[in-house]
Write a protein that binds this ligand. Sequence first.
Ligand code: HEM
Ligand SMILES: *[C@@H]1O[C@H](CO)[C@@H](O)[C@H](O)[C@H]1NC(C)=O
Length: 324
Amino acid sequence: MAAGACSCLHLFKIMVALSLATIACSATLSSTFYDKVCPKALSTIKGVVEDAVNQESRMGASLLRLHFHDCFVNGCDASVLLDDSSNIDSEKNALANVNSARGFDVVDKIKSQVDKVCGGPVVSCADILAVVARDSVVALGGPTWEVQLGRRDSMTASRTAANNAIPSPLLDLSALISNFKKQGLDTKDLVALSGAHTIGFAKCSLFKNHIYNESNIDPNFARARKSTCPSSGGDNNRAPIDPTASKFDTQYFSNLLKRRGLLHSDQELYSGGSSTIVSLVKSYNSDAKTFYADFAKSIVKMGNINTLTGKKGQIRVNCRKVNS
Ligand code: HEM
Ligand SMILES: *[C@@H]1O[C@H](CO)[C@@H](O)[C@H](O)[C@H]1NC(C)=O
């Protein structure tokens, strides 16, 4: 009987420890975080995103990518938005972002409008990026999801961390898998989130080797891409990653089946030798509902990477600068 009481107490202690651990890790994000303090925050963000995407559909792609490039570098803390300064080595100058990441003016516009309707800086820049990612996908015809909120903004940025963490388009499948694994994301997350390449554009320099030197590519597709991406020069010429670059659909996956992936890393999902991943690609190609549901699940998971909550970090007044 004494032994029974003892193990029961142990079980109780373990349960308390587990629930505390859950609270400390992630339970502080919530979809209703701004409902009381600023009920108009989310609709204000949505309005600016819709205007920006109506003006230029590619902006939806660029904004979605910012959330990814934020979360993969020391967590979703808006570090990607900090400009270069005496104590900030801006991530905007990292390899994957320089002359590539864009949409910062739209984020500034959102921040100033949101702070105005909220009567002060209550919405973090990191949360703005998470909401903007969802609103951009919706504006381009993709799925919606409930965005978890309550992230706070970093007081630091790291160009070196950005160089190390943001995956290169030259990676092979095994390197892509381990890159995502370091973020706590699995192979299903990798395939679903790569589906973001159903929208947006890429520079010639980043797919040149793939279209000129690699064999896992449809020759007609390679020829078409070469017409605007010469073997020497033209490095900044852009091509749509997917022919329907302003529609969030499943065509990205059908391209891969036809060996029409634009980036080496894209085609790796189909040609990289994993039958599990090939079957995911096939299922997303044939079933938009599954792709949409998995994309939503994975982007919420990505949005939970290393968030600053409670009293950590700060709510920036200007997304480009740490509060002084
Ligand atoms: C799996 C590893 C990934 C690699 C290697 C990769 C690489 C790239 C590259 C090289 C570009 C073109 C950049 C340029 O030409 O300047 C690009 C564009 C883009 N990426 Fe990724 N990406 C990956 C995953 C993701 C994820 C997870 C998302 C979002 C959830 C994403 C969203 C986008 C979008 C929307 C664009 C188009 C941006 C625009 O047109 O401005 N990518 N990516
Ligand atoms: C093709 O590969 C060769 C050998 O690696 C390299 O020197 C060349 O620059 C590549 N061509 C393109 C267009 O990337």
